[in-house]
Design a protein around this ligand. Sequence first.
Ligand SMILES: [Zn+2]
Length: 605
Amino acid sequence: MPRFSQKKVEEIKNAADIVDVISEFVSLHQAGKNMKGLCPFHNEKTPSFFVSKERQLFNCFGCGEKGNVFQFISKYKRVDYWDAVKFLADKYKIEPDFSEDIKKTDNTARLFRINELAKQFFSLQLLNLESGSEGLKYLKSRGFDEQTLKYFELGLAPKQGNLLWENLSKNFHDYELVELGLVGKNQSDYYDIFRNKIMFPIHDENGKTVGFSGRIFNNEENTAKYVNSAQSEVFTKSDILYNLDKAVPFINQNKRLVLMEGFFDVMSAYTAGVKEAVCSMGTALTLNHAKLIKKYTDTVVVCYDGDEAGVKAAYKAMVLLGQVGLDVKVALLPDKLDPDDYIKTKSKESFRNVLKNNLFDQHDFVYEIIVNKKDLTKPAEIEKAKLALFEYLDKAASSTIREIYLKKFSNDTKVNYEDILADYHNFQIDNARLNNIKNRQSAIVKAASQKRLTKKAVDSASKKIINYYALFEESRDLINSRLDNVRIDNNRFKELLMTLKALYRGNITINEMQIKKDFSDLTEEELNLFRNNSEIVYNETELIDCLETLMVNKYEYETNYYQEKLITEELSSEEEKVIFIRILELQQNIQTIRGKRNVKKTTSH
Ligand SMILES: [Zn+2]
């Protein structure tokens, strides 16, 4: 984090004139000595927000917000004071007094600079050069005029091999261009990664160019529709919302953000006058995205494609947005249209209307999805819908909301409300029990993983068992009877033991000579397992101890397997329940063995 002395802060304050800074976000008009406009911090129709050039302060007589230029940025961009200072320092190109990691800052600054220059290069290709005419024609045919293309800073990557590299390599290292994913290298030559693509520059929330997304536009065969820049020090795909930087003033103005699925949707929305729209980068929404949105607004309108996939994605997004406490509404477009198509086939005005007057409440939307296409006269269908509804209400709704939707469901299905309520309470009890198991289970697993077996303990028990099997005939039936319930990690030991078992079953005498016939490559250490050098005697307690170690090893292995499954796979709650119960059994088995050993230890003392 760069640091600023008080002197520096004063310097920044002098450079960043408050009227200039605020004018970027609020439209201001002269009012006597001051400027005035509509307050960005509360809803109003007549301006009560004043900015004084003379005193370098802002003041709202409507809601009471006031302060200097740093306080304005901090409040408006929802960042802390020092981030506001840094934001304005960057903007007015004032260097911090010192940065803790000068090299890193330099490096990052260079990467941003490269992206910036690449953006200008692509833009020149699209708008000013003859070679861009095909791309330009394509974008215009999709209904985007030059003003819109300039606003979104769209560009074009030329067809030819390495024009971008030739341009940038004069001033930057090749490895920097490679790191940003703009340039690749084969045996001898550098070449441009993006070729013959419409280029969307990707900005972070502060407007810095972090990467690009290139889109095919002339139906090239066998290529992905979109190609993104490589993830780099300055670009993490899952943290970026496309167009957020430009949308911020409009999000503040309209007190909401519109979430869409694709770049062209966002651009079309802009042409229809909806400028507070953003989208994630060709991936599903993440919790990071939801948190980023929450920084700027409390209300989100989800406007995804009207087809089945879009509705599903909207449902998932809503659960995430709900998790961070956002108020969510859904705009459902008819006829399975995506927003881009809708705006083109209907009208801009009709799109604005959908976003204004035709919004689904989030619970209504989920309810529609749940009962949609189900035949609510059939008991099996009712059961299915009922369970889905219960799960949603239990997770996402207050008790008032629950009552409303359970009543609605009773109405729609003609099932007695009291019966549904009783079922819901049973569901809650079951769920609480399951949660209880989950909690207990995670406590047990946590405790168990702290004293997990070491590889050394497992290997040494495995060797001991081979040793017993080879030397003592009386051990063999006991070992055989337990083999299904043990786990030997080391494959060599496993082979040895299986060979011994086969010899025993075949009534073949087990000795060093015999084992050498099956294994020509035995080491001296392994051979020792078949010799009674130190004249050990048969000790059943010791043998059982070793077998139990390998049993615990098996249970731990299986526990691990199921835990992994819980984390990585999307399971139904029924499947989860089965797994939790299995893990619990496994842990109980481990506890039983450990408990028995503890008793042995204490009594032998
Ligand atoms: Zn105000």
